[in-house]
Design a binder for this molecule. Structure first.
Ligand code: NAP
Length: 274
């Protein structure tokens, strides 16, 4: 790819961003599709100044990550209804000078799940009530799933369940394997505490699909246990790749090369895709 005066600049605004997988994933996708774009990582302390800079320099768009997903919202010209309902933006698209905000996290999770199972009309236990849970539960509900929020702290879990108008169950009372799908949105099982599992393994039964949004390690103890017990499993890289595919499509208007994007991320993580 030759960089010239038509090259469009994209990036990720966050702190920290040193370990982000997005630059490699997006640059490989741009190159494979012959799109004249470059994607860089920007370690941003002052999101207001960064948005002004992106606007002034005419960036084509950018990803937003921790800790700026909420603070960026009032700085944009428009926020789409999905992101507004979730209360966070992770994707900015510069449409002829107007900065549009979207959230692709929940859409990415739904795309990853629907590759492996039907969600419409199915009962889904969402474990966790943080930012990721909010995005995922909102989009799963919009896709027709019957959600139950399951969380350790009652206040936070009840608040999310109330916002979504769905039932809440304290994690300590999560004891009946009556769900078609289980999605872990907590960091339980993430390196270095890889022996931890968010739910009792008796909750994992063969008819279920189990998704873990943690991808470090790729095969969390939850996913290994679920696979051993005969469940269908979906890993966190699938969600990450699909949220990136949504961004790629918004920015370029082209269909995202999803398999290649996944391959790029798997190589970076040093894992075999089996
Ligand atoms: P967050 O806002 O901090 O929420 C964390 C949630 O996990 C809370 O509901 C918290 O429960 C629960 N939790 C934490 N430790 C727990 C424990 N020991 N036992 C039970 N519950 C526990 O975090 P987030 O932004 O939602 O992110 C969560 C995870 O998702 C992170 O690991 C992040 O890397 C990952 N993620 C992955 C993707 C992807 O594309 N695959 C995208 C976004 C995020 P309490 O309310 O009780 O504290």
């Amino acid at each position: 790819m030759d960089i010239d005066t038509n090259t469009r600049l994209y990036g990720i605004f966050g702190h920290p961003v040193a370990h982000s997988l997005s630059p490699a994933m997006h640059n490989r996708a741009f190159a494979a599709m012959g799109y004249n774009g470059v994607y860089l990582a920007f370690d941003v302390a002052d999101i207001g100044a960064a948005v002004d800079g992106g606007r002034a320099l005419g960036l084509g768009g950018w990803s937003i990550t921790i800790p700026h997903k909420v603070a960026v919202m009032p700085l944009l010209d428009e926020v789409d209804p999905v992101a507004r309902n979730i209360g966070a933006v992770n994707t900015v698209v510069n449409q002829g000078g107007r900065l549009m905000g979207y959230n692709s996290d929940g859409l990415g999770a739904v795309a990853a799940l629907t590759e492996k199972c039907v969600v419409e009309g199915r009962s889904v236990a969402v474990i966790g009530a943080g930012g990721a849970a909010r995005a995922i539960a909102f989009c799963l509900k919009a896709a027709g799933a019957r959600i139950t929020i399951v969380n350790r702290s009652i206040d936070r879990g009840e608040a999310l369940a109330r916002d979504l108008d769905v039932p809440f169950l304290p994690l300590a009372e999560f004891s009946k394997p009556v769900y078609h799908v289980l999605v872990n949105t907590t960091a339980v099982g993430m390196t270095p505490l890889t022996d931890a599992v968010p739910v009792d393994e008796r909750m994992l039964v063969p008819e279920m699909t189990v998704m873990d949004i943690v991808y470090n390690p790729l095969k969390t103890r939850l996913l290994k246990t679920a696979a051993r017990r005969g469940c269908t499993v979906v890993d966190g890289v699938a969600m990450f790749v699909y949220q990136g595919a949504f961004q790629f499509e918004c920015w370029t208007g082209m269909k995202a090369p999803v398999a290649l994007m996944r391959d790029t991320v798997m190589n970076l993580l040093g894992k075999r895709d089996d």
